[in-house]
Design a binder for this molecule. Structure first.
Ligand SMILES: Nc1ncnc2c1ncn2[C@@H]1O[C@H](COP(=O)(O)OP(=O)(O)OP(=O)(O)O)[C@@H](O)[C@H]1O
Length: 560
């Protein structure tokens, strides 16, 4: 992981142009920026022998030697899925699959094995995922939205915005295999848009996905598509399971939790949480295993205790080790909780500090109804904070696709190595591009959801956040060997509790802090719950007290 040759790649150019165009015409600032060495613009990839950039990039992905032997380690169900998909790729007659497996059953592992094998045969594979985090786990992975040019606002009947002559169309025509992980998290209309567009570019309007081989995957126990202010019925209706395409997807089931394979009791417990079959009390809450709970006393230091159980902040050399820092995270439901933890952590972190403030503005606001002081208080989802406090060696996560082909996509994890006035020197610390040094620019950012505010909000800031803590939604798809879960308020959507708990590999490396100390709930509890624990878990006593928390499961989305 650490022996990749270090490269320096500058992303300043666009940032400089942006800031100059944005009218920041302070002569001094511009003069100083000019002193940065601008990189040569590399035009090599724009056109080579008329091959579109998309195909050149795809064919130049190096197969990770580690991944070429993954297929040898597949378990029985993974092996069956792998063989069936490879046989379909070989036959070249197309096929649509859905790899269905609970969290940790090795869906991404299977795709990595497939990617290595099919690319190793010199064929083209398009690897995508709904979230940037999971896309960055797969070599050459992109978010489905950016790869397939799916419109941000999507309704029934929508199509992708690439043309028949585009590089994207040529890539999809040339692909032997198309993978879309976490398809359970995306609205069915996005998959339907891809289907329509691929039928069109393949000139095969009657065949699903124009006769291509497409592998979808996901887990409907986990977070479902976001439907703003959506009712339960609307959210369920937006899921891929409710699409007419669902019936043409051959189901390939994975069943063995490989992530928690050393803790079978935990794996079973997780499955009951995900399926919504874990016993509940009269308030609909489930009992958490005592051993994973951080005591929530009235002294209000619960969060510090949770942090201490995940991060040894006192050990300066350990905390600066990227392997240490990326093998742990604290998860929470909301951005404000995540920001609170990140701020606590950065204060404890030792090292040279830098604070970058954003420039916030509203388009078309001549009367200044929205003063900067107000705008600075906003932290919409997916945007960096107004005040970005960083220290050398601290972990960060990228919030935008800056250069996906070179590993800089939404969800990439990096550590800060140096500060410039208008750039952050950072090092990628995960996967394929690990070890690569980059300069990140400030860029103008808008909330992805246009309806969030009654005005057009723009924030010019580095597109990053600290990543000591992250939202549960952002953690989906990751294995986090040491995970803390902070639930000052209960979860509020389907699958959130399951996603949070199922990032862990065993009860011994997860800690949960809930907001209410609820020993008094014992009087409501069904007595059967207690039996479940006395049989299974060493630390549970035959007492009815414990910590309860809400679990939301839309069971109707788990069955057709
Ligand atoms: N056959 C295998 N042999 C060894 N380790 C495996 C195997 N399959 C999966 N794993 C490991 O189990 C963990 C979970 O795998 P993976 O992330 O692929 O699961 P997933 O089904 O994609 O999970 P999620 O739905 O939570 O994203 C990873 O650490 C992975 O390396």
């Amino acid at each position: 992981m650490w022996h990749h040759q270090k490269k320096i790649r500058a992303y300043l150019y666009q940032g400089l142009l942006d800031s100059i165009q944005a009218g920041e015409q302070n002569g001094d600032a511009v003069r100083k920026r000019k002193s940065f060495p601008l990189p040569e613009i590399d035009k090599q990839h724009e056109m080579t022998n008329d091959l579109p950039r998309e195909i050149i990039e795809e064919t130049s992905i190096e197969v990770d030697p580690e991944d070429t032997s993954l297929h040898k380690n597949l378990n029985t169900e993974q092996r069956m899925a792998y063989d069936e998909i490879l046989a379909t790729v070989d036959r070249q007659r197309g096929g649509i699959f859905f790899v269905d497996g609970p969290g940790g059953t090795g869906k991404t592992f299977l795709y990595r094995a497939l990617l290595a094998t099919v690319r190793g045969q010199g064929k083209i594979v398009v690897a995508t995922a709904t979230s940037g985090v999971v896309a960055s786990i797969m070599p050459g992975g992109r978010t489905a939205h950016s790869r397939f040019k799916i419109p941000l606002k999507i309704d029934d009947g929508a199509i992708c915005s690439f043309t028949k002559q585009s590089g994207t169309a040529k890539l999809l025509q040339a692909a032997s295999l198309i993978i879309w992980d976490e398809a359970s998290m995306t609205k069915r209309q996005t998959v339907e848009a891809l289907d329509k567009s691929v039928r069109d570019i393949m000139d095969r309007p009657d065949l699903p996905f124009g006769g291509r081989t497409v592998v979808f995957g996901g887990d409907f126990r986990q977070v479902l598509p976001v439907v703003r202010k959506g009712t339960r019925a609307q959210i369920v209706d937006a899921s891929l399971r409710r699409s007419e395409l669902w019936d043409c997807m051959r189901q390939l089931k994975l069943v063995r939790n490989m992530r928690a394979q050393n803790d079978p009791w935990f794996a079973e417990y997780l499955l009951r949480i995900g399926n919504g079959t874990e016993e509940t009390n009269d308030d609909g809450e489930i009992l958490l295993p005592r051993s994973i709970c951080v005591a929530n006393k009235t002294d209000d230091n619960g969060l510090d205790r949770l942090i201490d159980s995940i991060y040894q902040t006192g050990n300066a050399s350990l905390i600066k080790d990227p392997r240490y820092i990326t093998s742990r995270a604290i998860l929470s439901t909301r951005n404000d909780c995540v920001d609170k933890i990140n701020l606590k952590m950065i204060d404890r972190f030792q090292g040279e500090e830098m604070v970058y403030h954003s420039f916030d503005s509203v388009e078309d606001d001549p009367h200044n109804y929205y003063p900067p002081e107000y705008l600075n208080t906003l932290t919409p989802n997916g945007l960096p904070p107004h005040m970005l406090k960083l220290k050398i060696n601290c972990p960060i996560i990228l919030l935008r696709n800056i250069d996906p082909a070179n590993g800089l996509c939404n969800g990439t994890r990096l550590v800060v190595r140096g500060f410039q006035k208008n750039a952050i020197d950072a090092e990628i610390v995960v996967r394929q591009h690990s070890g690569m040094r980059v300069f990140l620019p400030r860029i103008p950012l808008c909330p992805s959801d246009d309806d969030m505010f009654p005005f057009s909000f723009k924030r010019k800031q580095f597109p990053i956040r600290l990543s000591f803590a992250m939202t549960i939604n952002k953690s989906q798809g990751q294995t986090i060997p040491n995970v803390g879960v902070y639930l000052p308020e209960p979860v509020f959507s389907h699958g959130q509790l399951y996603v949070a708990l199922s990032r862990a590999t065993a009860t011994s490396n997860i800690k949960v802090l809930t907001g209410t100390h609820d020993e008094n709930k014992q009087k409501n509890k069904k007595t059967t719950t207690c039996d479940t624990y006395t049989k299974g878990e060493k630390n549970m006593k035959s007492t009815t007290s414990g910590t309860y928390t809400k679990n939301i499961v839309y069971t109707e989305v788990l069955t057709k």
